[in-house]
Structures are given as C-alpha cells and as structure tokens.
Design a protein around this ligand. Structure first.
Ligand SMILES: Cc1ncc(COP(=O)(O)O)c(C=O)c1O
Length: 353
C-alpha cells in the first residue's frame, strides 16, 4: 500500500461530521410497528414481502450472501441502486465540488465523467494505450494534491480487455488517494477479482454489479467492496432505504441459483468465442479486440454506416467510433445464439447486398 495513505484526511469535512439520518428500523424491526408512518393496513397487492413496510436499511442478509460469495467479510460490502449509486457516493464522500479532481482513462465507461460533472469535480484524462492498457507513469504524473479518485475499469467498457494486474497494483501503491476498480464484467474473465486484495490495500474500492453475469440489470443492484472504514462512510451517506425489498429478494434468490449463473456465463463465453471467430473471417473486419466481457469491440470499414444499416435490420449495436483509439468500431453485446445468428445474417446482407 501507499505509505502516505490516510483515509481520514481524504474524507470531506462535512461528511466526517455528518450525523446520518436515523431510520425507524435502526432501533426496532419487530413488534407492533407504529413508528415509521407506514400503512399498517397493508398494500393493494397480494405479497409475501410485506411491501407496506420499509426494507432493512443496511441489508445485512444480502450483504452476508455477497460477502460469502466473494470471500470477504460482511463489513467489506456496500449494496446500492446499481454501481452508479456507488460511483456517485464516492464522489460525494471524497470530492469537494469545484476544488477536487479525478483521473479517468478513456476510452472507458461513461458514468465516471457524468458523475464527476454532476458533482462539479474536475476530470484529468490519461488515455489508454493503443492496446487499451494503462499509462501508469503518466497517470501518477497527472496526480495533483487535489486528485482524490482514480477510476480503472477492468475488464474495460467499451474495449472489453482486462487491465494488467501489475499496472493496477502500481496505482494502488503509488497513489495516496482512492483507486476504484470497476469489475462489472469480472465474471466473464479468467482474472481474479481485486476483492481478495482488500486487506493489503486500504485505498482500494472494487465495484461489482448483478446487472451483467447475474442477468439482473432490471433490479438495479450494485456492489462496492472496500475496507470497513470506507464502507461505513458509504452507509452514512446513502439514502436510508436505498435497496428495496423486491430487489433484495430477487438478489437473495439469485445467490440460491448460482448454477444457473455459471451456466449462463459459460454459454456467453462460448458464443463470444464463436462470434470472434466468425467476425475474424470477414474481410471487411479489420480487427476484433480481445474480450473478457459479455461484449466485443471490433473495427470494420464504414462502421457508422454499418451501425445504421444494422438498425434498419432491427439489430441494435453501439457505435463507438467517436471514442479515442476506437475509430471505426462497433461494440456488440453477446446475445442468445439465435440473436447472434440474426446479427450475422444482417451483417452479411449489408456487406454483400
Ligand atoms: C463498466 C461498467 N460499470 C458499471 C455499469 C453499470 O452497472 P449498474 O447496472 O450496476 O449500474 C456498466 C454498465 O454498462 C459498466 O459497463
């Protein structure tokens, strides 16, 4: 770890002194509950979850399930409304609006920039190399006394590759602020999660989500893994009942169905191999970038026009040609085998009219 890292010095003053909202369920969660102005008569739905009652503020049971799955302690886990909530909380905890800065490494996931803009935090960009790896020295050179967060996305969106572990470790060791590793796609890669490095790096925050490998984008369940001290601050700042009961129940059920999750991951990886192979056979495809995610970035002649024509065939992919180092690229999410066949049918018709 960086010998100069001091968490308490990084936390904004107003957050350190914040007295968090105390919800009714902090003190008692059973008995005759006349404390929270809920509708004691119930909801109009037939439900087993008692949806007329507020959810548990700290989601201990769900956090324990996730902690066991990722082999960490429950006090290393925060759950929120998608990873996007965790990203926003990190800004609010660490970054003074109008004063502090972050570093991002484009091309990368767009929410870091949006969240920085919302929070009025300046952004320093250090581009990835042409093979989409970190320029570690340049990143450390770009650090100023006001740089609070460095975001690393691995596997990276939209490029799909994993970032070299030794480069991430160089940042964790060389930067006195917080290094956030967004592992939204980690379960599609053969890399180990940095979650098992939490003990060694108190400045590490790992982001994960149930939106990708778990197939639960609709429930909005994001996860941050970090030291108990950082997690405490996240708990202090979050909205009191951020994770609702329907989401929590669906997430708990998913952890009872891990075989299905594994099956889905294997099948996506198999299709990924097939698509890469087939794309590589097309003369118009200049390059297929390596993928550790559930999507593939590839370079093709006239990408923008192909993107539009695919849409006319009802196939929606993402044009990424405006991103640095991504000229003429499309990002394709791995679909079902049938959807992938339909993508190739449409692409072949466009290329050979
Ligand atoms: C790298 C990365 N992080 C986070 C997210 C969003 O995760 P969530 O659905 O948990 O907000 C995405 C979604 O595309 C992503 O690509």
């Amino acid at each position: 770890m960086s010998p100069l890292f001091e968490l308490e010095k990084l936390i904004r003053k107003n957050i350190k002194s914040l007295v968090p909202y105390r919800s009714a369920r902090d003190d008692f969660d059973s008995g005759i509950l006349l404390d929270a102005n809920e509708n004691s008569l119930g909801s109009p739905l037939k439900d087993e979850l008692e949806l007329h009652r507020y959810p548990m503020p700290y989601q201990e049971k769900l956090r324990k399930k996730i902690a066991d799955y990722r082999n960490v302690n429950v006090n290393n886990i925060f759950v929120g409304v998608g990873s996007d909530e965790a990203i926003d909380l990190l800004f609010r905890i660490f970054c003074e609006p109008g004063k502090d800065r972050i570093i991002i490494n484009p091309p990368t996931y767009g929410m870091y920039k949006v969240s920085a803009n919302i929070n009025d935090v300046a952004i320093d960009e250090v581009l990835l190399t042409f093979d989409f790896q970190l320029q570690t020295e340049q990143i450390l050179d770009a650090v100023t006394p006001n740089t609070k967060l460095i975001f690393v996305c691995s596997p990276n969106n939209p490029t799909a590759n994993s970032i070299k572990r030794e480069d991430i470790i160089a940042l964790l060791e060389g930067f006195n602020g917080i290094v956030i590793i967004d592992e939204a796609y980690i379960d599609f890669s053969d890399q180990d999660s940095f979650a098992n490095k939490l003990a060694g790096y108190p400045n590490l925050v790992v982001l994960q989500t149930l939106s990708k490998a778990f197939g639960l984008a609709g429930i909005r369940l994001g996860i941050a893994l970090a030291s108990p001290e950082i997690i405490n601050y996240m708990m202090k700042v979050k909205a009191p009942y951020n994770v609702n009961k329907l989401t929590s129940k669906a997430a708990m059920d998913a952890f009872e169905n891990l075989d299905a999750v594994q099956k889905s991951i294997s099948s996506i990886k198999k299709e990924r191999d097939r698509i890469i192979k087939e794309l590589n056979q097309l003369p118009e495809v200049e390059k297929v970038f390596p993928s550790d995610g559930n999507f593939i970035l590839f370079r093709i002649n006239d990408a923008l026009s192909i993107y539009k024509k695919l849409a006319e065939h009802g196939i929606i992919v993402r044009y990424r040609g405006n991103e640095p180092h991504c000229e003429n690229t499309l990002r394709l999410t791995i679909g079902t085998p049938k959807e992938n066949d339909q993508f190739f049918d449409a692409l072949n018709q466009i290329l050979n009219p």
